[in-house]
Design a protein around this ligand. Structure first.
Ligand code: MN
Ligand code: MN
Length: 313
């Protein structure tokens, strides 16, 4: 029988292990189908910090999530062996060293066949994770939900930060440019054409105003058809949501997605060959109600619910 989250009827939700959904904490991915991994990092941020506390608060808020997705019918724990692999031992005094540690840690775990689901942490972490995941699966299709395209060339001369991730990934060939989908982009630019260069590489970009007041179910269907069966990674930056829904983040931008739109989008991606997911940029110091982390933890559960081989009832 696969692991089950501890039930709130067996042990009070405010007690027990501080793992994601109170799953068993394990040291190795051997035998797992899905492993939750925390990356407690904020030294790649450019404005408000605090995401180093993100994994801890996402895990805390996940304690209320029950194992069955009764809205969609998904029963991930009936078939997938899931556990929490703990946190990556980053070097909080060195971003470049942390990036190396993240790739090495994921490469070691990925000797086993499992899907890493990462709790961030600032968005820088997606680059070293993608390097390890692409080394196993080849170039990846990418669904990137974010207020920002994160395609700067450098920031203060640094080439690996939370704002440069997808330019580096494109340059390194670890993502397939015409199968990159960036959803929710908005805000202000450093230049008038911040986004257009990446569109020229082949990135598919969906600005938030195009999506206002609309269901994202048709968009998800379109993305799914375009990606086909290529191994796909989903990176969810919580600042894609409007600050009304997710104020606890480092670089908030007004006019964002709603929580129901995020759920429609993720649910509509069921059927993709997903090989990894992350949820990044939750900053607990700016999230006094815990609502941002609650939303983030539930979006992780929505991503878990659409993984290959999850049974639906
Ligand atoms: Mn981002
Ligand atoms: Mn962002």
């Amino acid at each position: 029988m696969p692991n089950m989250p501890i039930s709130g009827n067996d042990l009070a939700r405010f007690s027990g292990p501080q793992s994601f959904m109170r799953l068993p904490e394990v040291a190795s991915a051997e035998g797992l189908d899905v492993g939750f991994i925390g990356i407690p990092m904020d030294i790649g941020t450019s404005w408000r910090s605090g995401t180093r506390m993100g994994p801890k608060q996402l895990r805390e808020q996940s304690a209320m999530i029950r194992p069955y997705n009764i809205q969609t019918g998904a029963a991930p724990f009936d078939a997938l062996q899931c556990a929490d692999l703990g946190d990556v031992p980053i070097n909080t005094f060195s971003l470049s060293d942390s990036i190396r540690i993240i790739t090495d840690t994921y490469a070691a775990h990925l000797k086993h066949d499992f899907i890493p689901m990462t709790l961030g942490g600032d968005h820088t972490l997606t680059l070293p994770v993608l390097r390890a995941v692409a080394a196993k699966h080849g170039p990846l299709a990418l669904v990137h939900i974010d207020a920002h395209a994160d395609v700067n060339d450098e920031m203060f001369g640094e080439r690996e930060t939370h704002g440069t991730v997808f330019r580096r990934a494109y340059e390194e060939g670890i993502i397939t440019a015409n199968k990159v989908f960036q959803i929710g982009l908005r805000g202000t630019g450093y230049t008038a054409d911040d986004f257009t260069e990446a569109a020229g590489w082949g990135f598919n970009q969906y600005l938030a105003p195009e999506l206002w007041h609309k269901s994202l179910t048709p968009l998800a269907a379109d993305i799914k058809a375009k990606i086909g069966d290529q191994p796909c990674y989903i990176t969810y930056d919580i600042d894609s949501l409007d600050p009304a829904y997710a104020p606890g983040t480092g670089t908030p931008e007004i006019g964002g997605l709603t929580t129901p739109q995020a759920m429609e989008l993720i649910r509509g991606l069921r059927g993709l060959n997903i090989v990894g997911c992350d949820l990044v940029e939750v900053s607990p110091p700016y999230d006094p109600s815990g609502n941002t982390a609650l939303t983030g933890a539930n979006l992780m559960f929505e991503m878990l619910s659409i993984l290959p081989d999850v049974p639906y009832r």
